[in-house]
Write a protein that binds this ligand. Structure first.
Ligand code: GDP
Ligand code: CA
Length: 307
């Protein structure tokens, strides 16, 4: 079976990990978000791609919830001692990847190419492709003015309310090589339980990707990132409340209007499925607390259109 998964960072990565545990990973293509990418200390960092990479390679820190397991922070200590930038936390093991990626990009290699190469080196069997090799950056409008994604999310701990999102470069961005092919070849398209606005939004803002989803000939299934109307982590619930007027399944589905056929929602949201239109609700336990729960959620998503 061929699957294409549209995916953000940590929430998406957990889900993808469950998916490759229940299907042959060689048929799985993950289309990843680059709207969060940033330059820090002269390096190109792709936080969402790396969350997926580390999850698929079995290198993630499951306790902390982001970054690599068994991480150390010696370089950051030196950077702090020297008065360098420390607002964006970079561990020593993580730094190695950023250095290799940055050099490759400076030498003219594309982001998709270096991502493929690194994934292979780490033993990842699934395919991970950034949505685009072109520059695409997320900005959020807040009462304090427009902020770049990482300034809002990390430096200001996403405390500012969001009045709108803007994806700089999206209109002109072309899908990276392999993205449209993976969508065309897929037997099923999945939208991971990621933040609809700032994790999947940038991917869906690439015109040819959105058009491919709109024209799909196979079912597309999204998994809600909310449980009981609340985000498991992060600002998705506050954003939905302010930008869509609520945190029910219909507001999540509305973010993917015309792009999905089913929405997997948590048991705790099952009583509130009005207004979904032709999107079929599929009820499951969606908290991915461990490997077993991740696998069960993956199976629910895979089964959503046959049930
Ligand atoms: P980020 O880019 O690292 O912020 O990650 P994502 O956007 O991919 O994931 C963040 C979203 O994942 C949040 O909205 C969470 O509510 C959601 N999430 C995290 N863990 C779980 C889980 O176990 N179940 C579900 N349904 N959603 C989750
Ligand atoms: Ca992210």
């Amino acid at each position: 079976m061929n699957l294409a998964i549209v995916c953000g960072g940590v929430g998406g990565a957990r889900f993808v990990r469950g998916v490759v545990d229940v299907v042959d990973p060689r048929g799985v293509t993950v289309v990843g978000n680059v709207g969060d990418d940033l330059e820090v200390l002269g390096m190109h960092v792709s936080p969402d791609l790396d969350s997926v990479l580390y999850a698929l390679a079995g290198l993630s820190d499951e306790q902390r919830g982001w970054g690599r397991a068994d991480e150390s922070w010696a370089a950051l200590g030196t950077i702090a001692a020297l008065g360098g930038e420390t607002w964006f936390l970079l561990g020593d093991r993580d730094l190695g990847l950023h250095l290799v990626r940055t050099q490759a990009l400076r030498d003219g290699e594309s982001l998709s190419s270096v991502t493929r190469r690194v994934a292979r080196q780490l033993g990842v069997e699934a395919t991970l492709i950034p949505a685009t090799d072109d520059r695409l950056r997320t900005f959020v409008a807040t009462p304090a003015g427009e902020l770049s994604f990482q300034e809002w999310f990390v430096a200001r701990a996403h405390r500012d309310e969001v009045d709108g999102v803007r994806f700089e470069g999206a209109d002109a961005a072309r899908p990276a090589p392999g993205v449209l092919e993976s969508l065309a070849r897929a037997d099923l398209i999945l939208l991971a339980p990621s933040n609809p606005y700032v994790s999947l939004g940038p991917i869906l803002a690439v015109p040819e990707i959105r058009a491919a989803l709109e024209r799909r000939r196979v079912p597309a299934v999204a998994v809600s990132p909310l449980i009981g109307g609340r985000a498991v982590k992060g600002p998705a619930d506050r954003m939905l409340m302010r930008l869509a007027g609520g945190t029910s399944p219909r507001q999540v589905a509305h973010c993917y209007k015309g792009l999905i056929d089913a929405l997997v929602i948590d048991e705790s949201d099952a009583q509130d499925v009005d207004g979904l239109g032709d999107v079929r609700p599929v009820v499951a336990r969606t908290l991915m607390r461990d490997a077993d729960a991740r696998r069960r959620l993956a199976e629910a998503a895979l089964g959503a259109v046959h049930a």
